[in-house]
Write a protein of this length. Structure first.
Lengths: 723, 50
């Protein structure tokens, strides 16, 4: 019966890139490679394939790069070799956005390196003047300043490009952001210092310009790393779960393509356990797990011609599916609209740093203008007024602010990463810290998502073992659950599996059967979620199965409640199993038979009441609600559309890390606010000094470095308190 | 004064060389996989040729 499932994989043409030299390359996501041993095994194993010229595994990203010549069977051989070595693997799509991200990171590092070089030299030259100023001849001082100018002008102009670019973009839209005062401070301190050097004055701010660029680039790079790491982790998960389809060509050949390349009318092979890549109609009967779509916890039987939606998992037997067009009123189209609506509401959220910038930019600009006006009013020379106004801009430059948020967030996400929580963006943490209500999906989120034998106590051990001998030979989820309940043991040989009915074996002329009620001679009593067992002429025995609550669910929900978060459950499953799970989990507020639109509507209702809602769900029917919630979490087993919609993705299926995520998010928020408070106090203290011309360049440089250090050390407290 | 000129020139020269080396190592992807580099050192060279 496995002949369809075991059919050979196709050519993977959609994933192969052709390099200019004639070589072909493919990138493969590999799961579970973490050590030198895996690295050696995988690389030497893949290199042994005929035609492969290079195989290099990136252990940090889990991505294997393979290059080969003149052997079109290589991609298939690579995936088979990886599978034989015991690693789950899937090919990456050749996306251009990835290379753009890599370039952005490399550019930032390059700017950082140049700025670091400039800082060391310029600070060395200018500090020599500040410390040795008395003993130094005017000629030496002028030489030092001249050298500092020759280094800091090109270095600053090169390294500060990210700030200039972002400031220009904001100004073009007639807005301001944090990069506007940063760019101003860098440019003005360079200009002022060049002027001071030209007139052989005692003070210049070359060191401030390069140091500003250097310290702020550190913050910028941390921010990039955070986004990059979370994004590549999420992408890795999605790739490993995807979304390949084995398409039957007209001539009977099979080719492997990305699911979204399927068009209406394509015939797709589905193996047992495979996720359905596109909506379609069945050519043969089978059974499917549709829990990701409806929340239904038990597999359903489907006849030939029945509709099977993308995201279902085939559990009965291998079948051929004929893909259908995605019409306007299909489930998928509805979900796409819900997702879009959610992303629009989400984009209204303003990050903490941007809120600080909105208050900060006008304040600093006005302060330096006032200082300038004040000095002019008291009849000071123009150059003195200008110098002091610029000094205000330089010393209040948001070094600490630029580091305050990324430093905390990189430490927070790093800590959560180790616990198996991928945070997809920094503001997701900010939103998570504000949550007061948590809404959970049931199947696969609060529950294990797999059936467990319920009435084992009513069944004799001998009957259970006899039934298990049949069940061990099947891959049907209910049969597996029965086998699991009975424990290890021998499997019946000579089994016959009848699609849509069950299993049968004949020993010494006596027929034993395991399957649905009709198969075992019990007409009209079927309930679903059950198997019947008939041993010869003895009366059939019923095995009842139910989805069980995850062992950690109750404790997790209690922990969340202790953090003043109200709990709700929304499920597409029927009222009876929902009531049972709600009672076991200790949930008071729940609704059953809730469709995707109703879930989204509930999100909007809660939002309208002023609640900040955390949505946790794994199903395709949850995706709209995930996108609409204030912040959302999807378990690792979730459908990929849900993982896309969610802000945080858990590595496993346990909900326990959610509690830690909430704790870390709240602590991170507290630390960010502390950092802002520190920056505010520092600026309020520094402005009067700068305004009255008391800030020498040495003091400005020390203050800048010290404030950045304080902010970074404060962020590190989050890592140290890890329990 | 002459000594200082030599020292400054030497320091700048060293600095520029190390900056150049750093940029070169960046460009040749040496920072793309730090975990892999740490593990690769444990592998026997011969393993590559098997």
């Amino acid at each position: 019966m496995d002949s369809v499932a075991a059919a050979p994989m196709g050519d993977y043409g959609a994933f192969v890139r052709t390099e200019p030299g004639g070589a072909s390359t493919i990138d493969v996501a590999v799961k579970g490679a973490h050590c030198a041993n895996c690295l050696g095994k995988i690389e030497s194993g893949v290199k042994a394939i005929v035609g492969v010229t290079d195989a290099r595994l990136n252990l940090s990203t889990g991505r294997l790069h393979v290059a080969w010549r003149a052997n079109p069977a290589v991609p298939k051989a690579v995936l088979e070799r990886l599978s034989a070595l015991g690693y789950q693997a899937a090919p990456f799509e050749a996306a251009a956005s990835l290379q753009a991200d890599a370039r952005e990171g490399r550019d930032l590092l390059r700017y950082l390196a140049v700025a670091g070089f400039g800082t060391v030299f310029v600070v060395g030259l200018t500090d020599a003047v500040w410390y040795g100023g008395g003993d130094m001849s005017a000629a030496t001082r002028n030489l030092f300043f001249g050298l500092a100018a020759a280094i800091s002008v090109p270095v600053s102009l090169f390294a500060a490009q990210p700030f200039f670019g972002s400031a220009m973009k904001a100004l073009a839209k007639r807005q301001t952001n944090m990069d506007v005062p940063i760019s101003l401070a860098i440019l003005l301190s360079l200009a002022l210092s060049l002027y001071q050097t030209a007139i052989h004055a005692q003070h210049t701010y070359f060191d401030a310009a390069v140091m500003l660029a250097f310290l702020l680039l550190i913050g910028r790079y941390l921010d990039f790393r955070l986004r990059d790491r979370a994004r590549s982790a999420a992408q890795h998960l999605v790739t490993l779960q995807s979304v390949l389809a084995r398409r039957l060509k007209a001539n009977g050949d099979i080719e492997t393509v990305a699911a979204r390349e399927l068009v209406a009318g394509d015939r797709v092979l589905l193996a047992v356990g495979e996720r359905v890549p596109a909506d379609g109609t069945l050519e043969e009967p089978t059974e499917a797990d549709i829990s990701l779509i409806t929340g239904e916890s038990m597999p359903v039987a489907l006849g030939a011609g029945a509709t099977l939606l993308a995201g279902s998992i085939v559990v009965g037997r291998p079948v051929v599916l004929r893909a259908t067009a995605r019409v306007e009123n299909s489930l998928v189209a509805d979900l796409a609209r819900l997702l879009e609506a959610g992303q629009q509401t989400r984009s209204v959220y303003v990050r903490l740093a941007d809120r600080a910038a909105r208050a900060y930019v006008p304040f600093v600009t006005v302060a330096s203008l006032l200082v300038f006006a004040g000095w002019i009013a008291f009849a000071a020379p123009l150059s003195t007024a200008l110098t002091n106004a610029i000094a205000v801009l330089i010393i209040t430059c948001p070094c600490a602010l630029g580091l305050a948020v990324p430093a905390v967030q990189i430490v927070a996400t790093g800590r959560l990463f180790e616990r198996g929580v991928f945070v997809k963006s920094g503001d997701a943490l900010e939103r998570l810290a504000e949550v007061d209500t948590a809404v959970f999906d049931k199947t696969g989120t609060l529950t294990l998502g797999t059936p467990v034998l319920e009435n084992g106590a009513d069944i004799s051990g001998a009957t259970l073992e006899a039934a298990a001998r049949l069940a061990r030979g099947s891959r049907h989820p209910l049969a597996r659950a029965l086998a699991a309940a009975a424990g290890a043991g021998p499997a019946e040989t000579g089994l016959r599996e009848v699609a849509g009915c069950g299993l049968e074996s004949t020993v010494d002329g006596k027929i034993t059967r395991l399957g649905n009620a009709a198969w075992c001679g019990m007409e009209g009593v079927a309930q679903g979620g059950e198997l019947w067992f008939r041993d010869g002429d003895a009366p059939p025995v019923r095995f009842l199965f139910r989805d069980h609550i995850h062992p950690e669910t109750r404790a997790t929900l209690a922990d969340l409640a202790a953090r003043h978060i109200a709990i709700e459950m929304l499920t597409g499953d029927h009222a009876q199993p929902a009531a049972r799970i709600a009672a076991q989990a200790g949930i008071l507020h729940w609704q059953a038979d809730v469709g995707p639109k109703d879930k989204a509507a509930r999100m909007q209702a809660l939002r309208a009441q002023g609640h900040r809602v955390l949505m946790v769900g794994d199903g395709i029917n949850d995706a709209g609600a995930l996108a609409l919630a204030h912040v959302s979490i999807a378990p690792g087993s979730a459908a990929d559309v849900s993982q896309h919609a969610a802000d945080l993705v858990l590595r496993g299926n346990s909900m326990a890390p959610i509690v830690e995520a909430v704790d870390v998010a709240r602590k991170a928020r507290r630390l960010v606010l502390q950092n802002f408070a520190f920056a505010a106090v520092y600026n309020i203290a520094a402005i009067p000094l700068a305004a009255f011309g008391l800030v020498t360049p040495l003091i400005a440089a020390l203050a800048m470095a010290a404030s950045s250090l304080v902010v970074t050390l404060n962020a590190l407290r989050l890592a140290r308190r890890a329990g | 004064m002459d000594g200082m000129a030599v020292l400054i020139a030497a320091a700048l020269g060293f600095g520029l060389v190390s900056l150049g080396l750093l940029l070169w190592s960046l460009n040749s992807s040496q920072y793309d996989d730090l975990d892999g580099a740490a593990s690769r050192i444990l592998l026997d060279d011969a393993a590559d040729d098997v």
